[in-house]
Write a protein of this length. Structure first.
Length: 399
């Protein structure tokens, strides 16, 4: 499983907080879409948190749990793109880079044939064979999530035309500054007269009725990033889909195993969680407890403030979209009670924009939140809290 991107923690620089963009009241369709994005992100947060807890305690389930975590992350990225967010920002200068072999390996985890197992070519058993002929350093100038999304569609389509087994072959080559990724199947092939017909909305490669949106959307998505998708017959019964785009120099890929113990930055840290979704509260209680934190939860801002929050907590995790008092109002109330408190605003909306209360929030994070990101966030929050406490005690009149 890859380490979480640094962009998963959106540091508010202690001077500028962010809140999600909310459509205008008159924009009913926009409000509905934003609400759906928020609610689905809430559930993705629960799925991610629970899966990461299981990963710590049931290592024998690692392949399955890592596939679940990858799928949750991909779904979150798709939701952000749907909402107009900048999920393709990698946080590094230069064009985006997708290492083809890494993308294909991820997709082979996400998309399995009906019997749940890809077989090596020549294994001598019936079923679905997967042949990978991809150079380890082949890379294309695309956001990795874009390449994975297109490959997922192509893998699903191939399985759909191979209901009783067959072969799927993925290859990649770089030539004259162009990277070409080919996905070939041994299915019934494409329309002889017009292979381009598969990209028409409503066309189904499986021959069964469907929306036929996948290939058309994939071509449109790639075109938006300067790449292309074409289809051709391979001279036999099968079909070949080719993704072409500028070749890229792959960045070194660091594979980090998930931490199995709580970092020093989290152990004994008192955290207050304010979130109106019970499943999210329960998940955060378990995950933060696993990381060694002392956790107190409240369902809304009014209840939290009435109960004396933040109390002795050093960190507050506050959902931005709370019933009654909004997240920023609750954050302001908490900060008035304890100046050293580090406030993290959690958002399940689609995108962020600046707001007019820059001093209230220290960090903003998007759901779903990976455990590795949470660990890093807690370490930074503890350091910030301790620096504030030191400043308070060294100030004239401090204790």
């Amino acid at each position: 499983m890859r380490p979480a991107d640094d962009n998963d923690i959106r540091n508010a620089s202690r001077n500028a907080s962010q809140q999600p963009h909310v459509p205008a009241e008159g924009d009913a369709a926009g409000l509905h879409a934003a609400g759906v994005v928020h609610d689905v992100n809430q559930m993705l947060a629960v799925i991610t948190g629970r899966a990461e807890l299981l990963l710590r305690h049931a290592p024998e389930l690692r392949p399955h749990l890592e596939a679940i975590l990858l799928a949750a992350r991909e779904a979150g990225g798709m939701l952000e793109r749907l909402g107009g967010g900048a999920e393709w920002n990698t946080g590094t200068p230069g064009p985006p880079t997708a290492v083809v072999a890494a993308a294909v390996n991820d997709v082979a985890q996400l998309v399995l044939p009906p019997d749940g197992c890809w077989r090596e070519v020549g294994a001598g058993t019936e079923g679905w064979e997967l042949s990978l002929q991809v150079a380890p350093m082949a890379a294309i100038a695309l956001p990795p999530a874009v390449l994975r999304e297109v490959l997922v569609n192509l893998f699903f389509n191939a399985i759909g035309v191979l209901p009783h087994g067959g072969r799927l072959q993925v290859s990649a080559e770089v030539s004259a500054g162009v990277c070409r990724v080919q996905v070939a199947d041994s299915g019934p092939g494409l329309p002889v007269s017009d292979p381009e017909a598969v990209f028409a909305v409503g066309f189904s490669t499986s021959g069964t009725p469907g929306r036929g949106l996948g290939l058309a959307a994939c071509r449109q998505l790639l075109a938006a990033h300067g790449a292309s998708l074409v289809a051709a017959r391979d001279g036999g019964p099968g079909a070949v889909f080719t993704i072409s785009g500028p070749a890229a120099a792959p960045d070194p890929v660091a594979i980090a195993a998930p931490a199995t113990t709580a970092p020093a930055g989290a152990h004994g840290l008192a955290v207050v969680v304010i979130d109106d979704e019970p499943a999210v509260r329960e998940m955060l209680t378990d995950v933060l407890g696993e990381l060694g934190c002392l956790v107190t939860c409240h369902r809304d801002g009014a209840t939290a403030l009435a109960a004396g929050a933040p109390g002795d907590a050093a960190v507050a995790l506050v959902d931005r979209r709370l019933p009654g008092l909004g997240g920023l109002e609750v954050a302001a109330g908490l900060r008035e009670r304890r100046a050293s408190l580090v406030i993290v605003m959690m958002s399940g909306w689609d995108r962020d924009e600046p707001v007019s209360a820059p001093a209230v929030v220290d960090f903003t994070v998007r759901k779903p939140l990976a455990m590795s990101v949470l660990q890093q966030l807690l370490a930074e929050a503890r350091a910030l809290h301790e620096s504030r406490v030191r400043a308070e005690t060294s100030a004239p009149g401090g204790t």
